[in-house]
Design a protein around this ligand. Structure first.
Ligand code: SF4
Length: 455
């Protein structure tokens, strides 16, 4: 589906006189952040101006149902906006994203939050201008919910905030049904974007001066499985490697079960693919992994992680859930064992929390919250004990760093992320911003490294 919509222009001419401002509140993952950049692009193409939280007319909530407390956050914010609406201020509210795909949320909006103007499901961005126009100009404040969860939308305008780094969605949805995860229910089945559309987007980014791209998908390495012809993620990476101007290519997230040797070979050969791979472990125990429906064992994960670690200068990051329903102490110790063996450079760790509508939400769970917190603390401690030695191995070596700007904590210095996704600070000046430079690491400080530009 191409983004063509006459309501965009109608809304633009209305906005010419009214100068309405928008404010986007994004919850959740990088896919949602990327969607919000598209909504910002659409809104600006409709003549809206970016506003602040306290002075806007259109409030767009791009919701998530993975993060805990997101529902309370949304409904709390709607309550605040209701007061402004009741004071006759010109305020409109739109709710989009994953949360709107859940029936209990829709019901709640329809019954208790009838002042909301637009509600759209995932994958129907192209309908947004029409719905918004009708709500604002025609005062049709009827809540309409539309689900086009199999649609693929192309040529949506996108407004990047960053001038040098950009994210590009390559595949939407997920077929994996991990038992704790709501994503396949709210984002639908896997749909890969055509490679020519992705290449076109990345070439345009390169022309606009972007140096680093992040390829996004719930499961990037199943990219192309839905094509009739053979075309897969490693082939897409090889194609993107050829684009002049792009110097760093990252991707998020691959599934360990789909991480095959052809992908490892492409990473090894590449001069642009970042030396950082995110490999979500979730649990280090085979029985728990089976109950999570992850489709790999502890041993298979460790074998893959160690194979990846043979790639020179590579760093690994991961996600871990502690306290999955009825996870025993022995099973948790398996997770610690994998963490000790693999030595991750970054761990995003979470206490399991129930998502209504998932298989795991119906599982019995006798693990107390205190036990879960204790496990999280032990995992955190182990990680923080491992990190200095990993960082120390980088001292004396030189790494590619995209210079992002001045360091927030030390105004004298500049900052960027190395290819390994480590924060590095160093002396520089404004002329370096947006350039990829070689930085020699001088010292490590747990959460960042200090270095010197050598080229
Ligand atoms: S791979 Fe699993 S955790 Fe990731 S989005 Fe799909 S179902 Fe959720």
């Amino acid at each position: 589906m191409k983004f063509v919509n006459s309501f965009k222009d109608k809304m633009k001419s209305y906005n010419g006189e009214h100068k309405l401002k928008y404010y986007i509140d994004t919850m959740g993952c990088q896919m949602n952040e990327n969607d919000s950049l598209k909504y910002a692009g659409i809104l600006e193409s409709m003549g809206f101006e970016k506003g602040e939280e306290d002075n806007s007319n259109l409030y767009l909530f791009n919701t998530c149902c993975v993060r805990e407390n997101a529902e309370n956050t949304l409904f709390g914010r709607l309550g605040m906006l209701k007061k402004r609406k009741m004071n006759n201020e010109e305020v409109y509210i739109a709710i989009v994203g994953c949360m709107t795909q859940q029936e209990h949320i829709l019901e709640k909006i329809k019954t208790s939050y009838r002042f909301v103007d637009v509600v759209l499901g995932t994958s129907c961005m192209s309908l947004f201008p029409e719905k918004l126009y009708n709500a604002i100009v025609n005062s049709k404040k009827k809540i309409e919910y539309i689900d086009v969860s199999n649609a693929l939308e192309e040529e949506v305008p996108i407004k990047y905030e960053d001038k040098y780094k950009a994210s590009v969605s390559i595949i939407y949805g997920c077929n994996n049904f991990c038992t704790y995860c709501i994503v396949p229910y709210v984002r639908g089945r896997e749909r890969s974007r055509r490679p020519e559309d992705i290449v076109k987007d990345v070439k345009k980014l390169a022309q606009d001066g972007y140096k680093e791209i992040m390829l996004l998908g719930q499961n990037v390495n199943s990219y192309g499985n839905d094509f009739e012809e053979k075309y897969n993620f490693p082939m897409l990476l090889e194609e993107l490697e050829k684009i002049d101007g792009i110097e760093i290519i990252r991707f998020m997230s691959p599934h360990p079960k789909d991480f095959k040797d052809d992908l490892i070979e492409v990473i090894k050969k590449s001069k642009k693919i970042a030396r950082q791979i995110h490999l979500p472990l979730q649990s280090g125990n085979t029985e728990v992994l089976k109950r999570m429906n992850r489709k790999y064992t502890k041993e298979q994960f460790v074998e893959l992680a160690l194979k990846l670690k043979q790639i020179s200068n590579i760093s690994l990051s991961t996600d871990i859930i502690v306290g999955f329903p009825n996870e025993t102490e022995e099973q948790f110790l398996d997770t610690l064992d994998v963490v000790k063996t693999v030595e991750f450079d970054q761990i995003y760790m979470f206490i399991y929390s129930k998502r209504n509508g998932t298989v795991a939400a119906r599982m019995e769970d006798e693990v107390t919250y205190e036990e879960k917190v204790d496990r999280l603390e032990r995992l955190k401690k182990l990680y923080e004990e491992t990190l200095p030695a990993l960082n120390a191995k980088m001292i004396g070596n030189t790494y590619k760093v995209l210079v992002e700007g001045k360091s927030k904590n030390n105004a004298e210095l500049y900052t960027g992320r190395s290819s390994q996704n480590k924060v590095v600070i160093f002396e520089a000046d404004d002329s370096y911003i947006g350039k990829v430079v070689d930085v020699k690491i001088d010292s490590e400080h747990l959460w960042y490294l200090k270095g010197t530009i050598v080229k």
